[in-house]
Design a protein around this ligand. Structure first.
Ligand SMILES: *Cc1c(COP(=O)(O)O)cnc(C)c1O
Length: 467
């Protein structure tokens, strides 16, 4: 498989380059050249397949040409050492719980897959260590550090702002040791990000060591997120909650990359609505790729907090990025979602369609919503009172969107993107609860903190890396 850049000014890359580089030379995001429709037998049989088997089928469609079958199977099985169950919250509304991994958020899936994929691509050629640099304001650092923990040939440096990360979050990447080094920077998140960017651009450093990023724009981090959408549909069918008897699985491919652009753009006749609380739009983007492969979902909802650039795009066709505002659902505080470029590229068929037609297609498939912190609180309380289900602030946006937008005859699934215990203080304060902290999270909190403290000057960071 070849990968092209959304900016169209970089040479196509093979899988290895796309995974090791992350971003194309023209700063565009890599897109797979083809998105294969999965065969009818897969959809007929999926209810009898395990999560891992389903995931392997999806992974094979993207990576099968480049990675040996037994290696790819191992990567998939190692990644999915935990489940992503679908839980009924109330009539016609289900939570796709993506928080059963090591750091209790959906980013575990992509980070674990990417770590193993990177290791399989012999990134180090000749035994030289590959160094992953990641700046974090909390969640990404823990998912990446845990995803890469113990993966041979790779060393991870997590840079985080001193005093700006919660104790729970900090414990998830500072207590690991082994091939993970936590660097506590005397500054803010932007300083951490600047240090990482400077490192990637520093010639001398790059001559001496192999550096890579584990950013969410990496194809090996975002594509595997499609796994759990297929599994969610399979489990709903298995449990008799939803049927696809009349579903034409080729609908997605009719709209596919290679499709006849004159064919009508129609929505499949399944009645499943997938709702994704979104920030950088990587998670929903992988669901949309799944849809191209035949995922039987009739429409999508992108749930936003007060950061509403995508919502505004859906309403107006204009994309106006702006500075992010801080909210209760802070992992979705993004003012210029990086995967917006992928969504546009996908539905414009790599720039073949006009912006107007592209917008028409996107807004006929995806609807949006935007909620204030007060609405998030209110939704968490309402759901808890009515159903007993504890939402985290991110999942609350998804649940509310379904409550407001689900139509007669539709079944709705929203992603519960993090475990509520990750935000225990806020959740307890809002609901008046004392929710239990899962054992694996407590284990982190009992661990011994190991970190290197550092100023925000690049020279110091550079010397540290070289030493
Ligand atoms: C990262 C994150 C999101 C946003 O996902 P995107 O892929 O950036 O849209 C939502 N919820 C939680 C808990 C997250 O950590």
């Amino acid at each position: 498989m070849k990968y092209y850049s959304t900016n169209g000014n970089a040479p196509v890359a093979d899988l290895r380059k796309a995974v090791v580089k992350g971003l194309a030379e023209d700063r565009g995001l890599y897109m797979p050249e083809r998105i294969k429709t999965l065969p009818k037998e897969f959809f007929d049989n999926m209810k009898d397949m395990s999560f891992q088997e389903i995931a392997y089928t999806v992974a094979d469609a993207f990576f099968g040409e480049d990675v040996e079958a037994n290696v790819l199977r191992q990567i998939v099985y190692d990644t999915l050492a935990f489940d992503c169950p679908v839980v009924k919250v109330e009539e016609n509304i289900y939570a796709l719980e993506l928080f059963h991994g090591p750091t209790l958020a959906f980013k575990d899936v992509g980070a674990r897959f990417m770590a193993r994929m990177l290791a399989s691509q012999n990134p180090s050629e000749g035994g030289e260590m590959v160094n992953v640099l990641v700046a974090t304001s909390g969640d990404t650092g823990s998912a990446v550090a845990n995803g890469f923990l113990g993966v041979e040939g790779i060393h991870v440096y997590v840079l985080y702002p001193n005093g700006k990360v919660s104790h729970i979050q900090e414990s998830q990447f500072t207590t690991l040791g082994r091939n993970i080094t936590a660097i506590e920077v005397d500054g803010v998140f932007d300083d951490c990000q600047r240090l990482v960017k400077s490192a990637f651009m520093d010639e001398e450093l790059n001559r001496h060591m192999r550096l890579t990023s584990a950013n969410s724009i990496n194809v090996a981090r975002f594509l595997p997120q499609a796994f759990y959408y297929f599994n969610a549909v399979a489990r709903l069918i298995e449990n008799g909650e939803f049927g696809i008897e009349n579903y034409d699985y080729t609908e997605g491919s009719k709209k596919g990359m290679q499709a006849n652009l004159n064919s009508p753009f129609s929505i499949p006749n399944s009645q499943l609505v997938m709702c994704v609380p979104s920030g950088n739009f990587g998670n929903i983007c992988s669901a949309l790729f799944g849809h191209e492969m035949g995922l039987p979902v009739s429409r999508f909802i992108a749930a936003n907090n007060a950061n509403d650039v995508f919502y505004q795009y859906l309403q107006t066709g204009q994309y106006n990025p702006k500075a992010s505002v801080q909210t209760l659902a802070n992992a979705m505080d993004v003012g210029d979602p990086s995967n917006f470029a992928r969504i546009i590229n996908l539905y414009s068929r790599n720039g073949q369609l006009t912006p107007e037609e592209t917008h028409r297609r996107i807004s006929s498939l995806i609807s949006g919503c935007t909620y204030t912190d007060e609405q998030i609180r209110e939704t968490m309380r309402q759901c808890y009172d009515d159903t007993g289900y504890v939402l985290d602030p991110h999942g609350a946006c998804g649940y509310r969107a379904l409550k407001e937008q689900l139509r007669e005859g539709e079944v709705g699934v929203f992603c519960e993107t993090a475990h509520p215990a990750k935000f225990k203080e806020k959740v307890d304060e809002i609901l008046g609860t004392d929710i239990a902290i899962p054992e694996r999270l407590q284990a982190f909190m009992r661990g011994q903190k190991q970190s290197v403290t550092m100023g925000k000057e690049f020279q110091v960071f550079k010397e540290f890396l070289l030493s």
